[in-house]
Unconditional design. Sequence first.
Length: 141
Amino acid sequence: MIFVVVVAVLLLAAFWWRGKGKGLGGLRPPGTAHLDEETAERPELDPAAIAAARARISQDIPDEVLSDVLLDASPAQAARMFSAVPAAVMADALGYGHDTQQPRASAAELAQLQGAGSAVDDLEIFNFIPDDFPPGEGSAR
């Protein structure tokens, strides 16, 4: 009799635990691990997940980007991820940033880079045939 009661309590606890995750905070993304190609058909997203994410995330994020993120992240995870990106970086990524011209390298910097390139060339890291092999032996393939 005690065994039956324990099993019943465990089953009720399992159903309660499972039902607890059905709210907006417990939405599970469908995932993309099973997709073998970029062109593979994407799984359908839960409209509640899209609505929950859109309420937490900037309207500047395009719907296509949000949909792709929600394939592998919950709405709460997506909101945390996007909020961690600095505003200037997000503006540049979305094309709203200001293009700033990078300063040109000085003559001294260019000479230093040329010297580094020559030093790498002197390492002879691409010489796969040791000098002590007689000709015809030990050819690189």
